[in-house]
Write a protein that binds this ligand. Sequence first.
Ligand code: C5P
Length: 228
Amino acid sequence: MGKITIAIDGYSSTGKSTIAKRLAAALNYIYVDTGAMYRAVTLFALNSGLVSDKGDVDVEALIDKLSGIHLKFVPNKKTGRSDMFLNDENVEQEIRSMRVSAFVSPVAAIKEVREKLVKIQQEMGKDKGIVMDGRDIGTVVFPDAELKLFMTASPETRAARRYKELLEKGEEVTYAEVLKNVEERDRIDSTRTISPLTKAKDAIEFDNSDMGLEEQFERIYDFSQRVI
Ligand code: C5P
């Protein structure tokens, strides 16, 4: 078989992007982090004053402004990865903040936001040779993907990983805040009406709670070699 499509879905902070990035590099495939796209739209909403002090997103106003949101992934020679650009501004750092994490799930539940981003994602993957991670890649974006993985790990394991990452970046957060955010995003993502986070029937479930990066990569690389 030639180039395939690899869909990696799962809960927040299951290490999807770390594995997806590494797999894409090993296979010489394109890597796309769809969470970054939902995060960039959320940052746009926050910066445009479309989120009230009470934390409500002005859905109508955001839908109205969607056509003015331009997203681009630009390779970064220093990191060897791609940075997310929102209307020509590099927002890679900002989109990973807790401020964005706190509002991304309600924004990602908006039908029009999903329609816009899914269309861009499908276009990016039309020639295959792609590893894409997110919540609905195996169910909605590429239901015919040749390899689908569904990553899970306990909420505590995931929150601990995320907490460490945020501390390393210098964010002032507590473990309890991170755990609450991880659980809240999982709840909203799994119960929303449109494209809820759910395992595709033909996806391989992969629990990495007690697994190091090396072992995860080897196993997942092996899955890919059985299909390619
Ligand atoms: O992957 P990451 O945790 O950065 O994603 C941030 C949020 O974006 C998720 O909690 C979810 O609400 C949303 N998302 C989504 N569909 C995707 C990717 C991300 O709804 N394909």
